[in-house]
Design a protein around this ligand. Structure first.
Ligand code: KIV
Ligand code: ZN
Length: 500
């Protein structure tokens, strides 16, 4: 009989904390639904006290998904727990994830406290949360650098107080795999009542050891792993969901099973990368562009003779199809819809499909190969549908030895506005014109242009960071015309401005 390992996905909490990766509620629901169909057991949907946006996302995700447990993060603070309880009111299965730092450095510098007081606060938080929900997970922040003896005392106290899951985070990604294995094993062997709770891993990747440490934790006795799609997360990220799922699939002798439908891995990875504007490195294990590409002559020869010579997993097992349908200007709506589905975007509304299809045809006219990334960008373009400020038209005259001039038309909640301006380049002129309509004190802080693949006919992706009213906003635009993409990115930021 194999052992069941629970998959706790924190893409929408730890992953979403990363600057530039913020999603709106509609996008978070899209990701949550994909995580549900991937088969994750727990979705950490947010940190509700941190912002009204996070609170609302936990509410809406709770309504949108059916069987995974919805988890909300808190500090070991009653007010946090009250807000989390409120945010989970629509969840069919709910969990509160509360905790406190337990390493000496957290105790001294973060809390100006002592070990005994930290245990009291931990126990009080777990007991308080148990008044509202049956499923309470406790995290011992920086457990990776907490000495095992004290950690065991903390864990024993919180399990006694009613914690159903105990999370042992290697918050700073410091542990060595052997050390982390021993930590989990020590808890299994020294904590009275540990069998009443599940031990969870939560490993960060600062030294590139997140997956190795997570696996070591599982071998030491942990039966829940906290992971993110594509390994996104604070700093160097978290353990990647896809790596753990495929390690267990490839190493069946470990006798550990998850509920993950691995054939959904690739579409979910693409969708998260596209929505969060976070490219996946080409050589990333399992989901990188080159993960199944054999380029050297010797490898190609071996794979052609027998695929097992250089391939330890079947690309189909992670949802990579054979790309036999190539999209061109002659492709129909059905082919486009199929490709979108493979990429994890299910668009049921015919009008939406039609909008994406029209945009696809315009792009296919300009560009020979329409890639998966292009298609995701086109589908994502639809997210501007709910925006109050939209770009109506843009005309720019530019060249060598002349000052650039731009005229712009905006649609603001159905009303049309126009302006013109000159600048020292086409983007400068266009943004100056835009600022004549949007009379707000906003400053462009960061501006990057990136081609999606190669070729002068490529779609350019623009990421911008704009400061407004003391906060930073991240925006994204994509177009074959990079000046238009830049203005779209600026407008994307404007649509995110919050009223304080
Ligand atoms: O890395 C960490 O310690 C965390 C906790 C809040 C679980 O993310
Ligand atoms: Zn973390």
């Amino acid at each position: 009989m194999s052992d069941r390992l629970f998959i706790f996905d924190t893409t929408l909490r730890d992953g979403e904390q990363v600057p530039g990766c913020q999603l709106n509620t509609v996008e978070k629901i899209q990701v949550a639904k994909q995580l549900e169909s991937l088969g994750v057991d727990v979705i950490e949907a947010g940190f509700p006290i941190s912002s009204p946006g996070d609170f609302n996302s936990v509410i809406e995700i709770s309504k949108a998904v059916t069987w995974p447990t919805i988890c909300a993060l808190t500090r070991a603070v009653q007010k946090d727990i009250d807000v989390a309880v409120d945010s989970l009111k629509y969840a069919k299965r709910k969990r509160i994830h509360t905790g406190i730092g337990t390493s000496d450095s957290h105790i001294k510098y973060k809390f100006n406290s002592n070990r005994e007081e930290i245990i009291e606060r931990a126990v009080a938080a777990v007991k308080y949360a148990r008044n509202f929900v049956d499923d309470v997970e406790f995290y011992a922040e920086d457990a990776g650098r907490t000495d095992n003896e004290y950690l065991a005392r903390v864990v024993e106290a919180v399990v006694k107080a009613g914690a159903t899951v105990v999370n042992i985070p290697d918050t700073t990604g410091y542990c060595l795999p052997q050390e982390y294995y021993e930590k989990i094993k020590y808890l299994k062997e020294h904590v009275d009542g540990i069998d009443n709770a599940i031990i969870s891993t939560h490993c960060h990747n600062d030294l590139g050891m997140a997956t190795a440490n997570t696996l070591s934790g599982v071998l030491g006795g942990a039966r829940q792993v906290e992971v993110t799609v594509n390994g996104i997360g604070e700093r160097a990220g978290n353990t990647s969901l896809e790596e753990i799922a495929m390690i267990l699939k490839c190493h069946k002798h470990l006798n550990i099973e998850t509920n993950i439908n691995t054939t959904k891995i690739y579409p979910v990875s693409r969708m998260v990368s596209s929505l969060m504007n976070m490219p996946v490195q080409p050589n990333k294990a399992v989901v990188g562009r080159n993960a199944f590409a054999h380029s050297s002559g010797i490898h190609q020869d071996g794979v052609l003779k027998n695929v097992g010579t250089y391939e330890i997993m079947n690309p189909k097992d992670v949802g990579l199809d054979d790309n036999s349908i190539v999209l061109t200007a002659r492709s129909g709506r059905a082919a486009l819809k199929y490709r979108l589905k493979v990429l994890g975007v299910s668009v049921e509304d015919d009008k939406k499909v039609d909008n994406i299809y029209q945009a696809f045809l315009r792009l296919a006219d300009k560009k020979k190969d329409v890639t998966d990334d292009d298609i995701l960008v086109l589908a994502g373009a639809d997210r501007t549908a709910s925006h109050a400020v939209k770009l109506d038209y843009l005309q720019v005259t530019t060249g060598l030895g002349v000052r650039s001039v731009a005229s712009i038309g905006l649609d603001i909640s159905g009303q049309k506005f126009e302006a013109a301006a000159s600048g020292n380049g086409p983007v400068d002129a266009a943004i100056k014109a835009l600022k004549k309509i949007i009379l707000k004190q906003m400053t462009l802080k960061e501006f990057t242009i990136q081609a999606i693949s190669k070729g002068s006919d490529d779609v350019g992706k623009v990421h911008m960071q704009v400061e407004y009213d003391g906060s930073l906003y991240y925006g994204f635009g994509a177009n074959t015309d990079i000046v238009t993409a830049s203005v779209e990115a600026y407008i994307d930021c404007i649509n995110k401005f919050r009223v304080k």
